[in-house]
Design a protein around this ligand. Structure first.
Ligand SMILES: *Cc1c(COP(=O)(O)O)cnc(C)c1O
Length: 398
C-alpha cells in the first residue's frame, strides 16, 4: 500500500470529537476547498467578471474536471463531462440510450435502486408513450430478466441502502449478449472502489461528486458516454452549451463533438472549484488502497457490532466482491438508534424503513474510529439509550 492515510486524513476539516461515517451521503470539507472557492470568488469572479469564462478557463472546466473523474472510474480520456445533478444525468443517459435501441420498449432496473433513478425513468416513459415501460425486479433477479425485450438496463452498482454490489463486468456482458444498452449509476462507487468502465465495455455511466468525491452539498454530477457511441447519441436535453457552436447562436440545434454534447447549460463554476480542490486529494491516494483499507474497516465493524449488538441484523453482504463501502444494519428502532449515535458524536444515517447506514471512507476514517463507534453503538444498544422521545421525532432529512 502506498497511500499514507494519516496524511489524507489531515487534508480534511473534521470537527473535533466527531466520527464521521456518512461520507457516503455528503463528503466532508477538504481543507483546501474553502480557500480555493474564496480565491475563485475574489480573484476570478470579483476581478475578471465575465472575462473569467475565457481568462480563468471556466468554459473548459466541465471537461477538464471530467477527465480527472475519468481516471478514477476507468474511463477513456475525453469521455466524461460534468454538470447538473445526478437525477438530470440519469434522464439524459436514459433518453439517449432508449433511442439507440428503437425496436425495444423495456427499461430494466431493480427494486434496490435509488428512487430518483426510477422516478426519472417513469417520467421519461410517460413522455415517450408508445409502450415504453420501466420494469423493476429484485436485485438478485436482474440477470434472469435481461432478455431480448430489454432496451436499456439502468442499474446502480452499489445499493444505497444495503451496500450490495452488482457485478458490473458480468451484467454488462450479459446485457450486450442480449442486445441491451447499459447505464451504470456510480453514485456509491466513484471514489469508493475501483471501477473499470472501459474494460467492462459499459455504454453509459452517471454519478455524483458530493458523496465520495467530497465536492460539497449540491456539487455537480458527471456523465460518461463510451467513445464508440459519443458522436452518435442524440441529446434530449439539447441545451446551448451542448451545441456545436454555442456562440454562433444558431436557431437550430446541432450537437457538439463527442461528450461535449452532454453539457446542457451554464456550469456551476464555484461548486466545481470546490470539486477541483477535493480531487487533489487523489494525488496522494490510490483507489486500490482505498478499497483495500475500506474492506478491512468494514470487516472490523461487522465483526465488532455482531459481537456486542445481537439485536442488530446485518443487511450488507459479507462477501467482499458483493459489497461497496458502507455497512447497514436493520432494527425496528433504527431511526432513534441513529439519533442517539449522532448525539454521541458518531454520524451515520437512517434509511426507511429500518436501515442504520454507516459509510467507511479510509481517506479520513481509521481503525481507532471504528473501534470507538462500535463501543458507542454497544452502549446505546445495551443500555437502551435510544429510548427517548427526542430521538424518535423524524427530521426532514434522515
Ligand atoms: C445520491 C443519489 C442520487 C441523488 O441524485 P441528485 O440528483 O444528485 O439529488 C441519485 N441516484 C443515486 C443512485 C444516488 O445514490
Amino acid at each position: 500500500m502506498t497511500t499514507d492515510f494519516a496524511a489524507t486524513r489531515a487534508m480534511f476539516h473534521l470537527p473535533d470529537g466527531i466520527i464521521y461515517l456518512d461520507g457516503n451521503s455528503l463528503g466532508p470539507l477538504p481543507r483546501t476547498a474553502a480557500a480555493r472557492v474564496a480565491q475563485v470568488v475574489e480573484a476570478e469572479w470579483g476581478r475578471m467578471l465575465i472575462t473569467g469564462w475565457n481568462k480563468a478557463g471556466w468554459m473548459e472546466q466541465p471537461s477538464r474536471v471530467g477527465n480527472r473523474i475519468a481516471t478514477l472510474i476507468g474511463a477513456e480520456a475525453g469521455s466524461v463531462v460534468m454538470g447538473d445533478t445526478l437525477s438530470i444525468k440519469v434522464y439524459q443517459a436514459l433518453a439517449a440510450a432508449v433511442e439507440m435501441n428503437p425496436s425495444r420498449r423495456v427499461i430494466l432496473s431493480d427494486t434496490g435502486n435509488f428512487p430518483s433513478d426510477l422516478y426519472m425513468a417513469e417520467g421519461l416513459c410517460r413522455t415517450l408513450g408508445d409502450g415504453y415501460t420501466l420494469k423493476t425486479v429484485a436485485p438478485e433477479a436482474v440477470a434472469d430478466h435481461i432478455d431480448d425485450t430489454v432496451a436499456v438496463t439502468l442499474l446502480t452498482e452499489v445499493d444505497y441502502r444495503t451496500g450490495r454490489k452488482h457485478d458490473m463486468a458480468a451484467l454488462t456482458a450479459l446485457a450486450h449478449d442480449k442486445g441491451a444498452i447499459t447505464i451504470w449509476d456510480l453514485a456509491h462507487s466513484a471514489g469508493a472502489l475501483p471501477v473499470h468502465l472501459a474494460a467492462c465495455g459499459a455504454d453509459f455511466a452517471v454519478g455524483c461528486t458530493y458523496k465520495y468525491l467530497n465536492s460539497g452539498p449540491g456539487g455537480p454530477a458527471f456523465i460518461y458516454v463510451a467513445p464508440r457511441h459519443a458522436d452518435r447519441v442524440r441529446p434530449a436535453l439539447s441545451g446551448w452549451l451542448g451545441h456545436e457552436a454555442p456562440f454562433a447562436f444558431d436557431l437550430a440545434y446541432r450537437p457538439g463533438g463527442g461528450i461535449e454534447r452532454m453539457r446542457v447549460g451554464t456550469p456551476p463554476v464555484l461548486q466545481m472549484a470546490a470539486l477541483e480542490a477535493a480531487l487533489d486529494i487523489w494525488d496522494a491516494a490510490t483507489i486500490e488502497d482505498v478499497r483495500a483499507a475500506c474492506l478491512a474497516l468494514t470487516d472490523q465493524f461487522i465483526a465488532g457490532v455482531e459481537a456486542v449488538c445481537p439485536t442488530l441484523t446485518l443487511a450488507t453482504p459479507r462477501t467482499h466482491a458483493q459489497r461497496g463501502s458502507q455497512v447497514s444494519f436493520r432494527h425496528a428502532q433504527g431511526y432513534a438508534i441513529m439519533q442517539a449515535m449522532i448525539a454521541r458524536g458518531v454520524i451515520g444515517d437512517f434509511r426507511s424503513p429500518d436501515i442504520l447506514r454507516f459509510g467507511f471512507t479510509p481517506l479520513f476514517i481509521g481503525a481507532d474510529d471504528v473501534a470507538r463507534a462500535i463501543a458507542i453503538l454497544a452502549d446505546v444498544m445495551q443500555n437502551d439509550l435510544w429510548d427517548r422521545p427526542e430521538y424518535k421525532t423524524r427530521a426532514r432529512v434522515t
